[in-house]
Structures are given as structure tokens and as C-alpha cells.
Design a binder for this molecule. Structure first.
Ligand code: TYM
Length: 329
């Protein structure tokens, strides 16, 4: 079976619907057809200032959400990045194959470092995409399900895999991004020109947020001029975003939804989305809570995952170290 790997940062108290539509839904689906490795990337989360206790808590919250969303630890390897040393071991080799200018062109670094400026950002934030490449290449993943914002990082992973193979002989798999067009970029509810992100909580719909509050957020989402509910991302970005969300949470294709809203207005769209979202997250939240009520069990499950991940990733590192001329361990 082909392999899939993806990762998510434990940097918030909840995942938002951008994470879910852009990536996590595909994580769940791909379990049926692929050998899946899914990682909570805590090492990526310390590239910016953070609170240690909060990180630990959020790592468990992340695991609980993934399980509640349908990641099946029997079928998939679910693990915490820092518990598999192969990621950083491979990352160093890849750093030595990456040009300084090449790393400088990664736009996420520019975006994230913009406030303090590059001078005040950590070197870890700078090399972040190379660690991400190591995450992927360590598992020789064929496919990487992510949202549109990760496309550039995926491109770097492909470049580095190709470069390594070119220099040292066929060793690493060149991974393909798996980015679903319709949900690759979910937009901010208060600003449909920006992507939904945890750094703009006002416009993000969190899976674990109080449901009433979320319904209210949906009700006050920014829409567009006119009154017809039509899917037209160019001219009606706000309405189109809400339609995409409703499509996922109701299980109804966008064209059928659009037909059902003929003669009705934005208010009805928001009402239906609120109901569908509430119906989705209410049982999800209960399930997350159950997982979090037993942190020892959760940790044990992650330990098993890390063990399985280590077997695969260690083999790649041994191969890579041998190819570059390091003495075998
Ligand atoms: P992260 O933790 O920011 O986001 C997790 C996933 O959610 C997707 N996403 C979105 N998709 C659509 N619309 C949005 N508004 C939206 N916001 C977030 C992201 O594209 C991502 O797929 N660098 C990665 C984590 C990572 C990783 C990896 C991913 C580390 N190593 C290896 C894949 C493979 C990140 O920060 O994602």
C-alpha cells in the first residue's frame, strides 16, 4: 500500500475548520487506502516562544481531537514528533543540502517573523521547512495531505528528496502533495480574503469552542453584496466560503445546496450552517473529553505509535547516513 504522512502543530487549544477541511478530513479518508503516519509536530511548535505546560496540554488535546475525528490507531500510526529522534537526525543532513537563499525564500518564515523581524526570529523558525521535509522523507511517504498554505514546503521536500537521490543514489521517495481544490483554503469568517488561521481567532471556527459562540460567529460572518446564495468565489468569497463549509458539514454537494437556497437569502444559509456545524461538533466534543479524561491511556497510545514510527524512520536514517558516508551506528 502506498504511504501517506502528514503533521499538525499543537499550537492551539483547538483545531479549526480550516485544519479539518484542508487536511484532517483527508487524513481520515486516506486510512482506507494508504499506510498512514500522522504526527503531532511538537518540535515545530517550539520554533516560536511558547509555554511548556501549555504545549504539553495542547499535544494531548491534539491527539484527542485526531482520535475523535476518526484517526484509528489500529490502522494508522499516530505519534508525537519529538518521540521519534529520526526526524531531527535526518533534518541535519537535509539542512546541509539546502541553500541558505533557498531557505530564505520560504514565505511562511517571512510571514511569521514579520513582527519581530528576521533578526529576532529563531534559527529553528528559519529551518522549520527542512524539519518538515525530514518528517515526510523519513517515512518515504508517497502522499502528503495538506492545505494550500503548505504547498511551498511540499515543493521543498520534493526538491530535497530529488537532490539527495541525485547526489547519493536512489534513497528517498519524492512525495506528492494531496491538496483538494475545493477545500484547500478555508477563509476567515470576518475577512473572506484571508485564510482562516489560529492567529486570527475572531474569524476562526474552532472545533472545541463553545457551540453557541460558534453559531453566533457564523451568524455574524461577513458576506457579500447582493442577496443570492451562489457559489462564486471570485465575486462572493464570503458566501462561497460558507457554502463550502455547509457542504462538508451537511454532506451535500455545493450545486445541490445552491439549488436548495434558490429564493432564500444569506440568513438561511447561516442558520443551516450553524445547525450543521453544531450537529458535527457536539458529539465530537464529547468524544474529545472522554479521551482527555484518561491522559495515561492517551500517552500509552502515543508511545505505541512512536515505537512503530521509529522502526520505519530509523531504517531511513540508517540508509541516509550510510549513503552520505557516516560510519554506521
Ligand atoms: P498547521 O499545523 O498550521 O496546519 C495543519 C493543517 O491544516 C491546514 N490548514 C488549512 N487548510 C485549509 N484552509 C485553512 N485556512 C487552513 N489552515 C490550516 C494546513 O495546510 C495543514 O495541512 N507545517 C505544517 C505542519 C507540518 C507538516 C509536516 C505537514 C509539519 N511537518 C509534514 C505535513 C507534513 C503546519 O504548520 O500545519
Amino acid at each position: 500500500r502506498p504511504r501517506v504522512l502528514s503533521g499538525i502543530q499543537p499550537t492551539a487549544d483547538s483545531f479549526h475548520v480550516g485544519n479539518y477541511l484542508g487536511a484532517l478530513r483527508q487524513w481520515v479518508d486516506l486510512q482506507a487506502t494508504h499506510e498512514a503516519f500522522y504526527s503531532i509536530v511538537d518540535l515545530h511548535a517550539i520554533t516560536v516562544e511558547h509555554d511548556p505546560e501549555l504545549l504539553r496540554r495542547r499535544t494531548r488535546i491534539a491527539a484527542a481531537q485526531l482520535l475523535a475525528l476518526g484517526i484509528d490507531p489500529e490502522r494508522s500510526t499516530l505519534f508525537v514528533q519529538s518521540q521519534v529522534p529520526a526526524h531531527t537526525q535526518l533534518s541535519w543532513v537535509l539542512e546541509c543540502l539546502t541553500g541558505f537563499g533557498e531557505a530564505s525564500r520560504m514565505t511562511q518564515f517571512k510571514d511569521k517573523s514579520v513582527k519581530g523581524g528576521a533578526d529576532r526570529s529563531s534559527v529553528g523558525l528559519f529551518t522549520y521547512p527542512i524539519l518538515q521535509a525530514a518528517d515526510i522523507l523519513a517515512y518515504r511517504a508517497d502522499l502528503v495531505p495538506v492545505g494550500e498554505d503548505q504547498r511551498q514546503h511540499l515543493e521543498l521536500s520534493r526538491t530535497l528528496a530529488g537532490r539527495f537521490n541525485g547526489r547519493f543514489g536512489p534513497t528517498l521517495t519524492v512525495p506528492s502533495p494531496h491538496i483538494l481544490k475545493e477545500t484547500a483554503k478555508v477563509y476567515d469568517l470576518t475577512d473572506p480574503s484571508a485564510k482562516m488561521s489560529k492567529s486570527s481567532p475572531g474569524g476562526a471556527l474552532d472545533l472545541l469552542a463553545d457551540v453557541k459562540g460558534s453559531v453566533k460567529k457564523i451568524r455574524s460572518a461577513v458576506t457579500d453584496t447582493g442577496r443570492d446564495v451562489v457559489f462564486d468565489p471570485e465575486n462572493k468569497p464570503g458566501v462561497s466560503n460558507l457554502l463550502s463549509l455547509l457542504s462538508v458539514f451537511s454532506g451535500t454537494p455545493v450545486p445541490a445546496l445552491q439549488a436548495s437556497f434558490e429564493g432564500r437569502g444569506y440568513g438561511d444559509l447561516k442558520k443551516e450552517l450553524g445547525e450543521a456545524f453544531a450537529a458535527f461538533v457536539t458529539p465530537l466534543q464529547a468524544s474529545v473529553k472522554e479521551y482527555l479524561d484518561d491522559p495515561a491511556e492517551l500517552d500509552a497510545l502515543l508511545t505505541v505509535g512512536a515505537g512503530r514510527a521509529r522502526e520505519v524512520a530509523d531504517a531511513t536514517v540508517s540508509d541516509v547516513y550510510e549513503k552520505v558516508g557516516l560510519l554506521l551506528r
